[in-house]
Design a protein around this ligand. Structure first.
Ligand code: PSU
Ligand code: MN
Length: 307
């Protein structure tokens, strides 16, 4: 693979890719904007270990000093976690400026997919994706994550999307863009903190081999874009739908009142939900990330065998 002049692939990741060994990408907005310090750093390091324990090499992705990094050091992860909200959240439109200015940046699902793809990594595990926001018919607030899934050949394994979004419209958008939405062991879209949302997915697949095969076929027939795998939070860590939905409604009301918009909307809503629900939602959030990392590693192992 031709190396991009702005890209640094960590030696261990580069070696795994050269030997066609399984690699899993991880995002960094979840570290800087998704969780408080020090839990964010602890989780980011442990999720890498979970990937190793399941037979793959982790590549946490971020922008450090204007360099696109596929694979971070412990110190770089610590830096992003400690700096938190002061690290810019970087989506597709922000990327050239952050690089040109030599800045640090936390990558969203969108930019993690872009950098993973530049590095030659095909599988990416995270918590939740962005989507069509509630009220998008007037605000037009639709995450760039959906367009990226339509364009960039990376499988994203998440726990569904939070109902801070309009889940029905998010699914419609993905359908229009030709992005397969897979339920792992379920026919229903999970809603991050809960296993169910009331919305159906396109297909249920039940093993890492099935996931890898479907993604492999998509590449082989030359279809551009990725695939979205939604993996329900394990039962024992899932939250009461009433509790979480009430918190989300409150958070949305608060964001309207404060006139929050643009790239601040998602981090604001996530922080508010966490504030309202206390430590419970953080615990669930951490556990579902580990659960997605396990599935991503196993799927990467199968994909590497398909060649
Ligand atoms: N949704 C979550 N947790 C997150 C995010 C979204 O449940 O951490 C982050 C991801 O990095 C995602 C980004 O790609 O927010 C989407 O932001 P926006 O809606 O501004 O596109
Ligand atoms: Mn937005």
């Amino acid at each position: 693979m031709e190396k991009n002049q702005y890209l640094d692939i960590a030696p261990e990741v580069a070696q795994a890719l050269a030997e066609n060994k399984p690699v899993v990408a991880l995002e960094s907005t979840i570290i800087s904007h998704g969780m408080p310090y020090p839990q964010n750093v602890e989780t980011a390091l442990k999720v890498e270990q979970v990937i190793r324990d399941n037979g793959a090499i982790p590549a946490t992705i971020a922008i450090i000093g204007g360099r696109l990094k596929a694979g971070l050091t412990k110190d770089e992860i610590e830096h992003l976690g400690k700096t938190g909200y002061d690290v810019p959240k970087v989506s597709r439109r922000d990327l050239p400026i952050i690089i040109a200015k030599g800045m640090d940046g936390a990558t969203t699902v969108t930019t993690t997919m872009i950098i993973a793809s530049l590095a030659g990594i095909q599988i990416f595990a995270t918590g939740g994706i962005g989507g069509v926001h509630r009220g998008a018919e007037t605000t037009m607030d639709i995450s760039a994550d959906l367009e990226e899934l339509a364009m960039t050949p990376v499988m994203v394994i998440c726990a569904g999307a939070k109902s801070i979004l309009d889940l029905g419209l998010t699914l419609e958008y993905l359908e229009t863009k030709g992005v397969p939405v897979i339920g792992y062991g379920t026919k229903e879209l999970p809603a991050f903190y809960t296993r169910k949302s009331g919305f159906g997915v396109d297909y249920e697949l039940d093993t890492p081999l099935e996931l890898a095969t479907a993604f492999h076929v998509k590449q082989e027939i030359g279809l551009k874009g990725g695939m979205l795998v939604t993996n329900p939070i394990p039962e024992e860590f899932s939250m009461e739908p009433d509790v979480i939905n009430k918190a989300i409604d409150e958070a949305i009301a608060q964001s309207k009142k404060e006139g929050i918009h643009g790239k601040d909307t998602t981090p604001f809503l996530l922080a508010k939900v966490k504030e309202i629900t206390g430590g419970d939602s953080l615990d669930s959030n951490i556990q579902l990330v580990y659960n997605n990392a396990r599935l991503a590693a196993k799927t990467a192992v199968e994909l590497s065998k398909l060649g």
